[in-house]
Design a protein around this ligand. Structure first.
Ligand SMILES: Nc1ncnc2c1ncn2[C@@H]1O[C@H](COP(=O)(O)OP(=O)(O)OP(=O)(O)O)[C@@H](O)[C@H]1O
Ligand SMILES: [Mg+2]
Length: 312
């Protein structure tokens, strides 16, 4: 990752009538970063991304991409960005190749450059095998892959992806994460929105947590978890009804108990884990589970907003 700032958003504000979709959002992204916007439905992620790509108007603030001001040099901004929206933009009745040709025509790509980009998509984005198939015959995962390839056909240095893996099963999700990491490997800067805390945690170098049109926290995932998420703790589930007995054995620790679940809070749970297990074993307490649980980005969100990230 370089130290060059390639995306700069300052005090961006947007209302839809009475609704404040963005209430003064500021952040910057460094070259080569995977930067995540993590937030629940309605947080303002799509609004923010579409404004950055010149697709929506805004009330106040400033967006600069590679130093180009969005309002003053919209064409330069647009050609520097590849935007992959939540819904695929491909024509169902055309083949993937034909869709690529259409997208390329929007950017007036030379035929030489187009050939190079098709080759890149075949080789590195794993599209070769379905390049000549019609979009309507593709699986959901293939379609999303082709959509991404079409949105970066002009080889932009910044790629913006709106909830790229929503609705995917875990395996397809992982494949797509690999693809995103590969693009980072080719030097692209990536801005990704998600409401999946694991995705933000696994994939992103830095994460801005959004809620109700504001960024409520921004940092590397591990820093957010350590500073806001709270302490790691030991979770124990005892078999049957032995939690009373277990509790007396573990009385020297700071415990809380709920039915047959015990939690132990300690500055360094990893350190005391062996002696906790030993004590339980020596008193023949049977456990169904004993593990150290680290805070997640969900805990961070709950601490900041009092609500859960994903509705249940
Ligand atoms: N075209 C529109 N007209 C009126 N209100 C809108 C419009 N688009 C979005 N909104 C409102 O703005 C707010 C932010 O919406 P936005 O789509 O940006 O959120 P999001 O974070 O992308 O949500 P999701 O995770 O559901 O995609 C919401 O309250 C939404 O109802
Ligand atoms: Mg959205």
């Amino acid at each position: 990752m370089g130290e060059k700032t390639v995306i700069e958003v300052e005090d961006l504000t947007k209302h839809y009538g009475e609704i404040t979709a963005l209430g003064g959002v500021s952040f910057s992204v460094l070259e080569g970063e995977i930067f995540g916007l993590l937030g629940p439905n309605g947080a303002g992620k799509t609004t923010l991304m579409e404004i950055m790509c010149g697709l929506r108007r805004f009330d106040r603030g400033k967006v600069a991409i590679l130093g180009f001001d969005l309002v003053k040099e919209p064409y330069k901004v647009r050609s520097s960005i590849g935007f992959c929206p939540q819904e695929t933009l491909l024509y169902d009745l055309l083949s993937v190749y034909e869709n690529f040709a259409f997208s390329a025509s929007l950017y007036s790509l030379s035929s030489k450059k187009f050939k190079e980009r098709v080759e890149f998509s075949s080789k590195f984005l794993g599209i070769g095998e379905f390049m000549r198939r019609r979009v309507k015959e593709l699986s959901g995962g293939m379609k999303r892959r082709a959509n991404l390839a079409a949105s970066i056909i002009h080889d932009p240095s910044i790629v913006i992806l709106d909830e790229p893996t929503v609705g995917f099963d875990p395996n397809v999700k992982r494949e797509f994460w690999e693809l995103i990491r590969d693009l980072k490997g080719y030097g692209k800067t990536m801005l990704i929105s998600t409401h999946d805390m694991y995705e933000a945690d696994e994939l992103c170098d830095r994460v801005a947590i959004m809620d109700k049109g504001k960024i409520v926290a921004l940092d590397k995932p591990h820093v957010l978890k350590e500073t806001i998420g709270g302490q790691a703790s030991i979770h124990i589930r005892v078999k049957d009804t032995s939690s009373e007995k277990a509790l007396t054995i573990l009385e020297s620790y700071h415990c809380i108990v709920k039915e047959n679940e015990i939690r132990i809070f300690s500055k360094d749970p990893w350190e005391i884990m062996p002696e906790v297990s030993k004590k339980l074993i020596s008193h023949k307490i049977l456990t169904e589970k004993i593990e150290v649980v680290e805070p997640t980005l969900e805990d961070v969100f709950v601490k900041l907003t009092g609500r859960k990230l994903m509705e249940e």
